[in-house]
Design a protein around this ligand. Structure first.
Ligand SMILES: [Zn+2]
Length: 276
């Protein structure tokens, strides 16, 4: 589990940087904290070649959330904060060492009609994936804060990162957790945000995506029904729908995923980040 103490700090006199975990594993989220002695303008966090906005947690203290995608490689990586103080650009860097993590391999044998799709279905799958990635690419002001709330009262996650082999064919790794629960179990928002998607998808069935700002999103699939609409603001703990088995699901469960700047991370590790 992650610890709240800074694992690494670098200082150039104006900005100092600290991370919640200097040696994250593949699929881990990392909190980055910047402290400044004077107000900083246009502060961004550079991670994997992209700049992300940070949240002002307190005067002179800024927070960002980054992640190591479940398909990233182990090895060194650098996260950089950049901002302007009195018109001059300042930078602070932290070196991370990404450590390996083993994921289970799941071999599944499915009837042909559940594993192979006709051209019309393939076109639908592709356009739904493209539409979702368009929504994920929007960056809004950060509204998330730690600790995140588990999406259901009885949180029993399984399958994160499972490498799936269906009828002998390697498929995309499972980028979320599956939580088996009775149909109708209430599902709630893990943090404040805005509904970025509420609709029906081929794989996800009735699906909700919440934008928590700053590139942080949570995803809830196979709902029996959802009770929110796109564009609606939600508060941490608000009911968004009920567990079901819509879309490609073999039984009632919640498929719950999280995306942060840098990729898809293990939701259980996100929920373990301490509040501050
Ligand atoms: Zn799933």
């Amino acid at each position: 589990m992650l610890v709240a103490v800074p694992a690494f700090a670098a200082q150039d006199g104006t900005l100092s940087i600290a991370v919640s975990n200097g040696a994250p594993a593949i699929g881990d989220p990392v909190i980055v904290e910047i402290a400044a002695c004077r107000p900083v303008d246009n502060l961004v966090l550079r991670w994997k070649g992209v700049a992300w906005p940070m949240r002002e947690a307190a005067p002179g203290r800024y927070e960002g959330l980054i992640g190591v995608d479940l398909e990233d490689r182990e090895g060194p990586a650098t996260v950089t904060a950049e901002g302007y103080v009195d018109g001059t650009m300042f930078r602070a860097e932290a070196e991370l060492t990404i450590s390996p993590r083993e994921f289970p391999v799941q071999e599944l044998t499915l009837p042909k009609e559940m594993a192979e799709f006709d051209n019309a279905t393939l076109a639908r799958i592709e356009s739904e994936a493209a539409e979702l990635s368009r929504r994920f690419s929007r960056v809004t002001p950060p509204r998330w804060r730690t600790p995140f709330l588990p999406p259901v009262e009885e949180y029993r996650p399984a399958n994160f990162g499972a490498r799936r082999v269906i009828n002998g064919d390697p498929r995309m790794p499972h980028s979320a957790v599956d939580i088996r629960l009775p149909e109708g179990t209430p599902v709630r928002a893990i943090a404040d945000g805005r509904i970025a998607f509420a609709g029906e998808q081929f794989f996800g069935g009735r699906s909700v995506v919440i934008d928590h700002g700053g590139g942080v999103f949570s995803v809830y699939y196979h709902l029996k029904e959802y009770v929110v609409a796109e564009g609606q603001d939600v508060t941490r703990g608000d009911r968004i729908g009920f567990v079901g088995a819509t879309g490609r699901a073999t039984g009632p469960h919640l498929h719950f995923g999280v995306r942060v700047p840098g990729g898809r991370v293990d939701p259980t590790r996100l929920l373990a980040l301490p509040g501050r």
